[in-house]
Design a protein around this ligand. Structure first.
Ligand code: EPZ
Length: 420
């Protein structure tokens, strides 16, 4: 078992390069199974546990995987031998549900274990199922797995009841090879949704409107391999922006798309931080005391739920009261129980956290209760007095590549230790 040990009190300074987006990569890898001929060469894939897990699932389905380097994979899905994704790995991660849409599109049949993922609330897949059924699939859930089959898939108009990243991408995958046109309404507009659509179009799909409220997909007869590079990770970038502000540092975050970070930049500016945007970088500095602000998470282009937890750490140690309202997940304040062990003044009422900034946090032994909560606790350790030890860091490794190395390069005192 490993833990991260952070000795607080540093000021982060320097440059940090952002990796490819986790939530784009974990959809693009399953989407590669749609190529019935040719290989997909995918670059800028983050070197994280969720990606390693997907590589193993792809292999178990019969895909050829050639790891060109730590961030580049060649996937040959031309000879898939199985439509059965029922392993412990599938159960462990969320994005494995993209194999349902992908296998359904290409083979008209799939059996995929129900997905796991971060314990941040009930995570239904009813909107995915609604979309598959509208395209003509029969969907059953038995023995903990989703089974889908269809004689053929036919384009349909589908209006999602909730804005869902997963359902938008999954039904988009299923519709790429359907007969006729599919129109998806009330879709998610996150940058990773657009990235997956761009990837599918590079494979020969005909998808228009990704990034708006309506996506139109004209079914094509087959998709082929392509070369593609994953977009930079909006959430990893946001995490470093917040860490920079929290330590009153001077950090330039490179390989980012500043437009994707606007809601985070706007909140940091409202708090008093200085944000300078370049073409593909953002510099965060602080020259005066920061003040509390209110945060309400929302689908893109709103404030991302995945940044709410790191942001609440920063808010716990600035002057004044902040109110953080989580509208996407019903259970995404668990990290605040850990933060209280470090001296934070927080009251959680349902989905709302009321935070009164304190003068100081003090190091403690805390848990990474989920992925983003783990990154949040690293930031807490950086701004606390003394030593913080973070347990259950396998959550962090699922989504942040080489987190301790990156923080160390910015001047943090952070190490990974092994404990029995
Ligand atoms: C994706 O999860 C991300 N995960 C999450 O990031 C992120 O928090 C979330 O989108 C929102 O941005 C991946 O991309 C792998 P949703 P997803 O479907 O797709 C409800 C991280 O830290 N809903 O957009 O599972 C649902 O309950 C992770 O990287 C239904 O009601 O989220 C939630 O309230 C954590 N029925 C809301 O929609 C459905 O069928 C948004 O969920 C689907 C979702």
């Amino acid at each position: 078992m490993e833990r991260l040990v952070v000795n607080g009190g540093c000021t982060l300074k320097g440059e940090v390069n952002i990796n490819g987006a986790k939530n784009a990569a974990v959809a693009i890898l399953p989407a590669a199974i749609l190529a019935s001929e040719g290989k997909c060469i995918i670059e800028n894939i983050p070197d994280i546990e969720d990606v390693h897990c997907l590589e193993r699932i792809l292999r178990s389905l019969g895909c050829g995987i050639n790891k060109i380097d730590d961030n580049t994979l060649e996937i040959d899905a031309s000879d898939i031998t199985s439509v059965n994704a029922c392993t412990e790995e599938v159960r462990r991660m969320r994005a494995s549900y993209y194999f349902i849409g992908g296998l359904l599109a290409r083979f008209k049949s799939a059996r995929v274990e129900l997905p796991g993922g971060c314990p941040i609330g009930v995570r239904p897949i009813d909107q995915h199922i609604k979309g598959f059924e509208a395209l003509g699939a029969e969907v059953t859930i038995e023995h903990g797995a989703v089974a889908v089959k269809a004689n053929k898939l036919i384009g349909a108009n589908i209006f999602f009841d909730v804005v869902s990243v997963g359902a938008t991408i999954n039904v988009m995958l299923a519709a790429t090879l359907a007969e006729g046109t599919t129109i998806l309404e009330n879709v998610a507009k996150e940058p990773h949704v657009v990235d997956v659509a761009n990837f599918l179009n590079s494979m020969g799909a005909d998808i228009k409107g990704a990034g708006t409220d309506i996506i139109r997909i004209k079914g094509v007869s087959a998709l082929r391999g392509c070369n593609y590079s994953v977009i930079p990770d909006q959430i990893e970038a946001g995490t470093f922006m917040i860490a920079a502000a929290a330590t009153r540092g001077d950090v330039t975050i490179t390989n980012v798309i500043p437009k994707h970070l606007e809601s985070i930049s706007a909140k940091l500016i409202e708090m008093g931080a200085i944000i300078e945007e370049g073409d593909d970088c953002i510099r965060v500095t602080v020259d005066k005391p920061l003040k509390g602000v209110n945060i309400k998470t929302a689908p893109y282009p709103g404030f991302p739920t995945d940044i709410q937890q790191p942001m609440s750490i920063l808010l716990s140690k600035v002057s004044g009261r902040s109110i953080v309202t989580e509208t996407i997940w019903e259970n995404r304040h668990k990290h605040l129980d850990e933060l209280k062990k470090m001296g934070a003044s927080v009251k959680v009422e349902g989905r709302t956290a009321i935070m009164d900034g304190v003068e100081k946090l003090t190091g403690a032994i805390v848990k990474a209760t989920d992925l983003r909560a783990g990154a949040a606790m690293v930031i807490a350790g950086l701004i606390a007095e003394g030593r913080t030890e973070i347990c259950d860091i396998e959550h962090i490794d699922r989504g942040y590549p080489h987190i301790e190395r990156k923080f160390r390069e910015l001047g943090a005192d952070i190490t990974r230790i092994r404990v029995e």
